[in-house]
Design a binder for this molecule. Structure first.
Ligand code: GKR
Ligand code: MG
Length: 435
């Protein structure tokens, strides 16, 4: 009897435990992409999360790099030491307590959302799941329940853009050139489609008068007939502007993303919309779902594991989609390969992922993983995750050091597209609605 208890204890003690957690802020080159708020700064911020076990495995995560996120991650990271990487409930409780400042007892999701908290949980959850995959010697999508498809479809994400940044960032201009006219946007689309094979197209809008942007869409539709199109002005239009524009979208769009800036306004738009409405702005947390459903404000939710609470929360959101008849698509922000690997793994597992996902990846040139961008080969616009256990990517330490130095040197600590735009137009205001 004694021997079997000792044997059980020995088995338990062989389980790896978290021994160290590191969070490194980085900055990478970003082109001058335009949106309703302003223009992208020369450097995009992210954080790279490393969760190391006492047997030397390192699980990776990638999250936002602003000071609020870094503060939340710093508050939580030390609390994770000693956890079993399979203990995701333990992880949630620790992060909740560290960030929310109260014990986690399964509280009801707040109606106002809990994006910052969910983001902190997500940052570590991906790294824990990466470790689980490494320990089980299985790709992450198998840890998440298995793949329902071989590749995840992504869409071409078009941006109006300046040729180069206003201030010299110390690196050469990107090779996409200016995109401020319909013809230039058609050229941008062609390059996206030829290089990546994307089969659907999204236009980031809210930059010019809506009628000009609709003419851009028409030019793209003419050059690429049959490609599903979307437009996303990030809440830059009023309800009345959206009402006026609605007939122009018929037959042109597969969905209309965030025309207005609040859930209440989206509910108004839904009353006259002839198209599915999609969002990554007004329904961004589980606490927002009851009202979204009550108002029938959205027909498509763009999930994003970075702020919905992780990869498993993304799957849960997809289940809500099935429950309430909401379509599921995927949002992105400027990101690197750890995020892209995570997006792709979870995308493989969601049966009702009905639309091609967003990714900013074509706009990036730098990487933080071994093997660089070659890990990600789009075929006909779709991606399989890098092979290997867990996420399938490993950290390139030299690249991490370079990108961290860029963070230290660039001086940006919070994304501010409006401030950057004021370098071009000193009277620029980012109030919404703009139109
Ligand atoms: O990168 O400028 C951008 C986008 O506007 C991004 O910030 C949005 O979060 O891509 C996003 C979106 O779909 O709203
Ligand atoms: Mg959007």
């Amino acid at each position: 009897m004694k021997r079997s208890i000792a044997g059980a204890a020995a088995t338990v003690s062989r389980r790896p435990r978290i021994a160290d957690v590191r969070v490194t802020p980085i900055a990478f080159r970003d082109p001058p992409l335009l949106n309703v708020v302003g223009v992208h700064e020369p450097w995009a911020l992210r954080s790279i999360i490393e969760v190391e076990t006492d047997d030397g495995r390192i699980g990776l995560g990638e999250s936002y790099g602003d000071l609020e996120t870094l503060g939340n991650l710093a508050r939580a990271q030390k609390q994770l030491v000693g956890l079993d990487p399979f203990d995701l409930n333990g992880l949630t409780a620790k992060v909740y307590e560290a960030v929310a400042g109260q014990p986690f007892a399964g509280q009801t999701f707040p109606p106002a959302g809990d994006k910052a908290l969910a983001s902190a949980i997500a940052a570590f959850e991906v790294a824990f799941l990466d470790l689980q995959g490494q320990i089980a010697d299985r790709p992450l999508y198998e840890i998440l329940g298995g793949a329902v498809r071989e590749r995840v479809a992504y869409s071409a994400y078009l941006f109006y853009k300046f040729k180069q940044h206003k201030d010299d960032p110390g690196y050469p201009p990107d090779d996409w050139g200016e995109a401020l006219t319909h013809a230039q946007m058609v050229d941008q689309t062609r390059r996206m489609v030829e290089e990546y094979g994307f089969g659907s197209i999204k236009l980031k809008a809210g930059v010019f008068e809506p009628d000009f942007e609709i003419d851009t869409l028409r030019a793209i539709a003419k050059a690429f007939p049959g490609y599903p199109l979307r437009i996303d002005p990030n809440g830059g239009w009023s309800v009345e502007t959206t009402r006026r524009l609605m007939p122009k979208f018929e037959g042109l769009l597969e969905y209309l993303e965030d025309p207005v800036n609040s859930l209440d306004e989206a509910g108004e738009v839904a009353k006259f919309s002839t198209l599915p409405l999609a969002t990554n702005m007004v329904t961004v947390a589980f606490g927002h779902i009851p009202k979204t459903v009550r108002l029938n404000a959205m027909q498509v939710i763009l999930t994003d594991h970075h702020y919905w609470g992780g990869l498993r929360a993304t799957q849960t959101l997809a289940h809500y989609g099935r429950t309430f008849g909401l379509g599921i698509s995927m949002h992105s922000n400027s990101h690197l390969g750890i995020s892209l690997a995570a997006m792709t793994h979870v995308g493989l597992t969601i049966p009702n992922l009905a639309y091609a996902c967003d990714t900013h990846y074509p706009w990036q040139v730098e990487e933080v993983v071994e093997g660089g961008r070659a890990n990600f080969r789009f075929e006909k616009g779709a991606l399989a995750p890098p092979p290997g256990p867990g996420l399938g990517v490993r950290l390139d330490r030299a690249a991490l050091a370079t990108l961290h130095k860029q963070y230290v040197d660039c001086g940006i600590r919070k994304r501010d597209d409006a401030k950057e735009m004021r370098k071009y137009r000193p009277d620029w205001k980012s109030d919404r609605p703009r139109f």
